[in-house]
Design a protein around this ligand. Sequence first.
Ligand SMILES: Nc1ncnc2c1ncn2[C@@H]1O[C@H](COP(=O)(O)OP(=O)(O)OP(=O)(O)O)[C@@H](O)[C@H]1O
Ligand SMILES: [Mg+2]
Length: 266
Amino acid sequence: MVVALLKKQQDENTAVASRIRVEQVSHGFDTLTGRLDVLEDIDLDIAPGEFVALLGPSGCGKSTLLRLVAGLEPASAGCITQDDKPITRPDPSRIVVFQDPTLFPWRTVWDNIALGLEAQGILKQEKARVDAALQKVGLEGFEKSYPHQLSGGMAQRVALARALVNNPKVLILDEPLGKLDSLTRLELQSELVSLWLKNGFSVLLVTHDVEEALFMAQRVIIFTPRPAKIAAELAVDLPYPRHRGDPKLAGLRHEVLDRLGLGTSW
Ligand SMILES: Nc1ncnc2c1ncn2[C@@H]1O[C@H](COP(=O)(O)OP(=O)(O)OP(=O)(O)O)[C@@H](O)[C@H]1O
Ligand SMILES: [Mg+2]
């Protein structure tokens, strides 16, 4: 039933979301001490509107994979496509949000959010999109504030709004809540899920937090230590909104920790 509903939702999302296919992707870096293999034979298919979380040991290659999907560098081998077209460069339809909000300190909240539209030369006619993005993340009233006047959670909301203003078809999140205090983190997890449900874009989320992955994603991919290979994949077949105390989440948590080699630590 849940699967059928999500499938229906995903079909409806096709217009606003992209399919991302990662096919036989390997990647490495040439360093002073030789070749460093980081990703090995990764195959990943993200359906339009799907929410997928990536978990794995520190340094295994998660951010590297996100950079490839964002188009920031080409894969050493294999192919990554967005709606069957090879990804060769960054594009406003695929937006990355990092752990640090990296706002421009001399620009107001409104001007920071407006950046993407300004870069595309469409700000003048599309100003309403900036106001809409501000409203989506609950920052009305702070449009004239400067970054130093914001809390960490608010700054990360600005970073999210700066991504959403582009109407992305894929939102790429690299530990976006990693630096926030635990309460703000829980609050923003729920907000991100509602934004996803309302907007329908596909999400690729990297997190170190097993509960966060299970609370938010429909599917969790677990990587091996570097070079990252896919070690396991788990479907989180639970409806939204989810409840943190759901015993099914606790069961899945145990399974994920086991797959990460931390089965005894709970
Ligand atoms: N530009 C680069 N040149 C050389 N090595 C790199 C480069 N970028 C990343 N690496 C190496 O690739 C490996 C994977 O890095 P990556 O940032 O993808 O890991 P990660 O899984 O995101 O780790 P974390 O969970 O700590 O963020 C690391 O060993 C890192 O040193
Ligand atoms: Mg990383």
